[in-house]
Design a binder for this molecule. Structure first.
Ligand SMILES: *Cc1c(COP(=O)(O)O)cnc(C)c1O
Length: 356
């Protein structure tokens, strides 16, 4: 017998969210970001559901090869490009598109004497200071790329640090426009937050990730308000019940003390499944579709919920950790993190399962 914990992946919701993203992208194409095993949803399942996209973006060659093995023939972008020269042959064989973000990568291409063309996204560091060429180096990098005989299609790329918050994109957008405006190449700049909040700047290739999985990129706006539907629902069950008297302590560290006679449910889900250990007492959770709260410390395989106000809940009652009826953003916020981290953290031991 297996544990009652599983993830349901709603592929119809993925398709729906893709069409919502498309509606913001106008004539622009969509590079669906499926790195980190499709944000924890399962790369193959996500890819099949998003087959109507124009391209996929991943973080590693392995992921790109998996997509090719599924039969995907359209563009695949390696967001960080190649990590060493020995990846170039595979990139050419699989017709991958590589981000180029520092001169070392250009030197690798120069030295490789490519047999057939390799498409590139040339990355500008417009202010995030993570990957990319400084504005003053950008034209030089472009000139060097253009001089490589087998350099294929070129797209201009940058990434926003604050498209989701009050700071906005004006500063970075100005840098991008200054660097890109003289050049006649396609442009790729928008993540989910930029695509939804600044649709006028969707560019030729938008790169939405989180929105496709039905979570909001914004602290201030729900996914529902953006027209998105949750894709991953994490299901489990109550596997034990304890009755506590006032003053009784619960779990590791006696981290919660009953302030009234309490009925406690034990749920089969813990931090080894990807539930955040830092979720404090009071983190929202659904039992039989009703909202209640976690109590005390999260264990490796189990956590506690308050059933005092839910007298009909019993061993075997269904629990939803996040997803349908309980946005993953709400759980993330309670635990001091973001939806991305929770979705990506789903452990391998939590299987995907369909629900009747
Ligand atoms: C992960 C990533 C994205 C997608 O970001 P979301 O906020 O999930 O939409 C886009 N571009 C780059 C470069 C990324 O690394």
């Amino acid at each position: 017998m297996s544990r009652p914990l599983f993830a349901h992946i709603d592929t119809a919701a993925l398709q729906h969210n893709l069409s919502v993203a498309r509606s913001h992208a106008g004539q622009g194409r969509i590079m669906a970001v499926v790195k980190a095993n499709g944000y924890g949803h399962g790369l193959a399942r996500v890819a099949h559901a998003l087959w109507a996209t124009d391209g996929f973006a991943v973080a590693s060659l392995d992921e790109a090869v998996q997509l090719r093995e599924l039969g995907w023939q359209k563009p695949i972008l390696l967001l960080e490009g190649i990590f060493s020269a020995d990846e170039i042959t595979a990139c050419i064989n699989h017709q991958l598109t590589v981000a180029i973000h520092h001169f070392e990568q250009i030197h690798m291409l120069q030295a490789a004497r490519l047999a057939s063309p390799l498409s590139v996204f040339l990355k500008l560091n417009s202010g995030m200071n993570r990957l990319g060429f400084k504005p003053q180096d950008y034209l030089n990098a472009l000139t060097q790329l253009q001089a490589i005989p087998a350099c294929g299609d070129i797209t201009l790329m940058s990434h926003f640090a604050t498209a989701d918050d009050d700071y906005g994109i004006a500063d970075q957008l100005q840098v991008m426009q200054r660097c890109f405006s003289q050049l006649s190449y396609p442009v790729s700049i928008a993540n989910s937050a930029a695509l939804f909040r600044y649709p006028a700047h969707h560019g030729d290739w938008a790169r939405p990730g989180i929105a496709l999985y039905g979570a909001s990129p914004f602290a201030e706006m729900t996914a529902q308000a953006l027209g998105l539907r949750p894709v991953m629902t994490l299901h489990s069950q109550i596997i034990g019940i304890q009755m506590l008297n006032t003053g009784d302590a619960l779990g590791y560290g006696r981290a919660w003390i009953a302030d009234r006679p309490s009925r406690i449910g034990v749920v089969a889900c813990g931090y080894a499944d990807g539930y955040p250990r830092h979720a404090p007492t009071g983190t929202p959770i659904l039992v039989n579709g009703q909202l209640t709260r976690t109590l005390g410390r999260i264990s490796m395989d189990m956590l506690f919920v308050d059933l005092t106000e839910l007298p009909t809940a019993q061993v075997g009652s269904t629990v939803i950790l996040w997803g349908k009826g309980l946005p993953v953003e709400a759980v993330a916020q309670a635990a001091g993190t973001i939806s991305y981290e929770l979705l990506c953290a789903r452990a391998q031991r939590v299987p995907e399962r369909d629900i009747a």
